[in-house]
Design a protein around this ligand. Structure first.
Ligand SMILES: Cc1cc2nc3c(=O)[nH]c(=O)nc-3n(C[C@H](O)[C@H](O)[C@H](O)COP(=O)(O)O)c2cc1C
Length: 190
């Protein structure tokens, strides 16, 4: 199975710990795992030029050229991200906004790419605020719009609130168990 893991955080912190736990289960002969870190990629913001309107192809040339095929081909997507200002970090949002070309392709041009198996996703969201549910709600809404655009119709969200310092997530003694369980579920074939 082709799996794409995306780290939303620009630091070595809580999201990375969660993502590493998930990807331990994604290695092996049965899977082809690719990990991307938007903060290490050169991705420009969508300029809303509408250059993709008639073709579904973005006219900007940068590291998104490598990302688009990964988004198209992945059968499972795992995203671990912190909440920044009730949303996702800007580096991840740049990648998401550049999927406007895929949005045109799917919803306006109505190009259908048959998928061999149903695509599914796992989201792991970490916020520093103890009562930061709104951050989870808003970030999940953004990610849901992104996932539906790339034909992922089903996702599960694990949320972790009140973890601010890098590594603080390890104080949650069941955090990694929850990741393991959810990843095993994600990797099941329907
Ligand atoms: C720019 C910035 C904005 C943040 N905004 C929020 C927020 O809106 N809600 C929240 O719960 N935590 C917020 N935080 C805290 C982070 O979500 C928290 O530190 C998290 O553990 C970071 O995850 P990481 O270690 O994977 O980077 C913010 C942190 C930064 C640096």
């Amino acid at each position: 199975m082709k799996i794409l893991a995306i780290l939303g955080s620009p630091r070595k912190g809580n999201s990375e710990i969660l993502l590493e736990e998930a990807i331990k289960l994604c290695n092996g002969k049965k899977h082809e795992l690719t990990i991307i870190k938007p903060c290490e990629l050169n991705i420009s913001g969508c300029t809303a030029c509408d250059g993709c309107r008639d073709t579904g192809q973005c006219i900007l040339r940068d590291d998104m050229d490598k990302v688009y095929p990964l988004l198209r081909e992945a059968q499972r997507i795992i995203i671990a991200s912190p909440i920044f200002f009730f949303g996702v970090p800007a580096q991840l949002k740049l990648l998401i906004d550049r999927c406007q070309s895929l949005w045109y392709e799917k919803y306006i041009l109505k190009k259908i790419f048959p998928q061999p198996i149903k695509k599914k996703a796992l989201l792991m969201l970490v916020g520093g605020m103890k009562k930061g549910e709104i951050g989870i709600t808003c970030a999940e809404a953004t990610l849901k719009a992104f996932l539906r655009t790339i034909d992922v119709r089903e996702h599960k969200t694990l949320s972790y609130l009140g973890y601010d310092e890098p590594g603080a997530i390890l104080k949650d003694l069941v955090a990694l168990e929850k990741v393991k369980y959810a990843t095993k579920e994600l990797l099941k074939n329907d």
